[in-house]
Design a protein around this ligand. Structure first.
Ligand SMILES: O=C(O)c1ccccc1N[C@@H]1O[C@H](COP(=O)(O)O)[C@@H](O)[C@H]1O
Length: 213
């Protein structure tokens, strides 16, 4: 099975073109004001409408309440919600039932003690995103270009499909896939020329490197 790539944090129409051309499976739009990739609803809608069929559109939110989720899902055509905050098991299940979209729950990993949560969220979410835990004092829970020790999850499997994230780059993604056995990978910072500015050559290189694994 071919490795599926998600490129997260698109902000411009040319990013959509680059991601589609490179052959990624998912693209991500960030709705988190403290992120350099944050989008307003109008921009997100116009980007999403430009996404070709076959490239899944994912909205990344952080502890969003119902009012915010209603705004986003009403304005932007989407294929998946990515919950990247401290959403509880019940909240994940509630969002999944209420919005009619598959839900991917991000879980931060720094050491062994973080692994049981992956199993537990795997019982309520459609997919899990295995990401690095943010550093203390970070102003966002992801998108920090930080990797965790991939050996922690080598050979582990969960009840639902999962994606590897955190500090991935075109230079390290082949090794990350070989070590962890991931079949899906997610990147934001590693394919940028500056925070929030995607680089088409790095996007292409990332997808090619993931396929080489
Ligand atoms: O990208 C962001 O700004 C962001 C903000 C808040 C939560 C998550 C965010 N990004 C996600 O974090 C991981 C890892 O990103 P990186 O490749 O290390 O930059 C990825 O899933 C992004 O979608």
């Amino acid at each position: 099975m071919e490795i599926k790539v998600k490129i997260c944090g698109l902000t411009r129409p040319e990013d959509v073109t680059a991601v589609a051309k490179a052959g990624a499976a998912y693209c991500g739009f960030v709705f988190f004001p403290k992120s350099p990739r944050n989008l307003d609803l109008a921009t997100a809608k116009s980007l999403a409408l430009a996404v070709p069929a076959g490239l899944a559109k994912v909205a990344l939110v952080v502890n969003a309440d119902d009012a915010r989720l209603e705004q986003i899902t009403a304005a932007v055509p989407l294929d998946m919600l990515q919950l990247h905050g401290t959403e509880s098991f019940d909240r994940v299940a509630e969002i999944r039932a209420r919005y009619g979209l598959p839900v991917m729950k991000a879980v931060g990993v720094a050491d062994e003690s973080d692994l049981p949560a992956l199993e537990e969220y795997g019982r309520v979410a459609d997919q899990i995103l295995v990401d690095a835990k943010p550093p203390k004092g970070a102003d966002r829970p992801g998108g920090n270009a930080i990797a965790f020790d991939w050996r922690l999850i080598a050979g582990r499997r969960w009840p639902v499909p999962w994606m590897l994230a955190g500090g991935l780059t075109p230079e390290n993604v082949t090794e990350a896939i070989r070590l962890t056995g991931a079949r899906q990978v997610d990147v934001s910072s590693g394919v940028e020329s500056a925070p929030g500015v995607k680089d088409p050559a790095r996007i292409r290189a990332f997808v090619e490197a993931a396929r080489r694994a």
